[in-house]
Write a protein that binds this ligand. Structure first.
Ligand code: S3P
Ligand code: PEP
Length: 453
């Protein structure tokens, strides 16, 4: 969690004087937007993406695909399905009426891809690059050099790709596209990131033999994200065999096929809804998130259960998901392995609870945007908290907290977690709140809007 830069900008996190009462329209899902961009780029006909997330991670994905020859046109959509309910806070209002037209073409190198610190870009695109006809160089933020990529690099080599890297199993690297990839059977240890599996499956319909991915590791985190990959592949016509619909455990098969261009409306990002739901819980208030899907593969849907257990109640109606805090916050003992990206926000709420919490199953968070276990421990403890790291998570014993600087380590979810604590603790200042631009560029304005500022 070394700080890559010293940011002098401190954002005074607003303190909530009373209970929040707001409707917050959350922009589109990062994970859905970036999968949809990849699938639409590999399709045999143009497609549409409506209400895409426009944030650093998705703009990097779009820019990278453009560099490989894909046409991605931003337009204002005439048939946007934006909510009819009058929201009091809208993140990225332009995004709600916006659509991206994706026009696939032959994939070409040479090209250069900046992955920033986006796991989806650094992992989903090397397989696409293997289908181009030239060298594609990948690099990104300093932290991107530390995030695991060996599962993708080693697997692509087995499947027939030529890749130059420095032998660490990480960025920077160059994929020498050969115009096509054999594909076939490959073992992958995806215990450090589910994105290894998703990456190989997403491009697999375009491999000559498709792919059979066999996960060999002990644990596999973030299963909902793999389900999302499988669902989205099927929705564009791919044939996928997988463990959850009767296949062999830990084995996914994708057959070679053409992919359809589709018209997809992106769901709101439920993981980015988390801080707003947490605000209802922490202040004993009420927050409604419009367009919460009835059925979804997004891990954020688990918040309905987790935050209810921590002291609130929720109701899914035509208006969206309404979460109501009870005025009390309880600790929780929970395995977050399936929904790791929710950990910082849950830790923030747990630090304000009336009993201890144990968060388990998230050792892989040490290799996320920052070492999230170390960062949460340090930052909450510097405000007077009592957090200890375990082998695979955190134990959080609530203590009276005081104000101070909450460092973010270039991690969007650290910034939003600090803001949640700031609702209940006067004098919390978030260092580099602008890092929320990774997935939620309008966060500070949305937060102030929620509080009626
Ligand atoms: O595929 C995806 O869209 C994601 C998968 C998860 O990654 P890990 O399995 O590496 O945790 C998640 O944490 C990340 O935010 C998004
Ligand atoms: C882990 C995350 O992102 P990435 O897609 O960069 O892995 C996250 O958004 O919490």
């Amino acid at each position: 969690m070394t700080e890559s830069a010293v940011h002098l900008d401190l954002w005074p996190a607003p303190f909530a004087d009373g209970s929040v009462a707001a409707t917050v329209t959350v922009p589109g899902s990062k994970s859905v937007t970036n999968r949809a961009l990849v699938l639409a780029s590999l399709a045999s006909e143009p497609g549409w993406l409506r209400r895409p997330l426009r944030s650093r991670d998705t703009l990097l994905m779009a820019e990278a695909l453009r560099a490989l020859g894909v046409g991605i046109e931003e337009t204002i959509s005439s048939s946007s399905s934006s909510s009819a309910a009058a929201p009091s806070v809208t993140g990225d209002p332009a995004g709600a009426g916006e659509a991206w037209r994706v026009i696939p073409s032959g994939l070409h190198g040479p090209a250069t891809v900046d992955v920033g610190n986006a796991g989806t870009v650094m992992r989903f695109l090397p397989p696409v690059a293997a289908l181009t006809d030239g060298p594609v160089h990948f690099d990104g933020d300093p932290r991107s050099h530390e995030r695991p990529l060996h599962g993708v690099i080693d697997a692509l080599r087995v499947l027939g790709a030529r890749i130059d890297d420095d032998g660490r199993g990480a960025l920077p690297l160059t994929v020498h596209g050969g115009g096509a990839l054999d594909g076939g059977v490959v073992d992958v240890d995806a215990s450090s990131s589910s994105q290894f599996v998703s990456a190989l499956l997403l491009s697999a319909p375009r491999f000559n033999q498709g792919v059979e991915v066999r996960h060999t590791g002990a644990r596999l985190p973030s299963m909902p994200h793999i389900r999302m990959t499988v669902d989205m592949l099927r929705s564009v016509g791919a044939q996928v065999d997988e463990p959850e619909t009767g296949g062999e455990p830990n084995v996914w098969r994708v057959s070679p096929s053409a992919l359809l261009g589709r018209d997809l409306t992106v769901e709101p990002d439920l993981s980015n809804a988390q801080p707003f739901l947490a605000a209802a819980l922490v202040t004993g208030g009420r927050v409604t998130i419009p367009d919460w899907p009835e059925r979804t593969t997004q891990p954020g849907d688990a918040l309905r259960q987790i935050f209810t257990e921590m002291g609130g109640s929720c109701e899914l109606t035509e208006a969206g998901l309404t979460f109501t805090g009870s005025g009390r916050i309880h600790g929780i003992d929970v395995d977050l392995g399936e929904v790791g990206e929710l950990t910082p926000g849950i830790a923030a709420v747990a630090a304000l609870a009336d009993s201890p919490s144990t968060l388990r199953g998230v050792a892989h968070l040490r290799l996320h945007e920052t070492d999230r276990l170390a960062a949460l421990t340090k930052e909450i403890n510097e405000l007077g908290g009592d957090v200890t790291e375990t082998a695979d998570g955190l134990v959080i014993r609530p203590r009276p907290l005081h104000g101070g600087v909450f460092h973010t380590y270039d991690d969007h979810r650290m910034a939003t977690a600090g803001a949640v604590i700031g609702l209940a603790v006067r004098g919390v200042e978030i260092e580099n709140v602008a890092t929320t631009a990774k997935t939620l560029p309008d966060f500070p304005q949305m937060w102030a809007g929620m509080l009626g500022a």
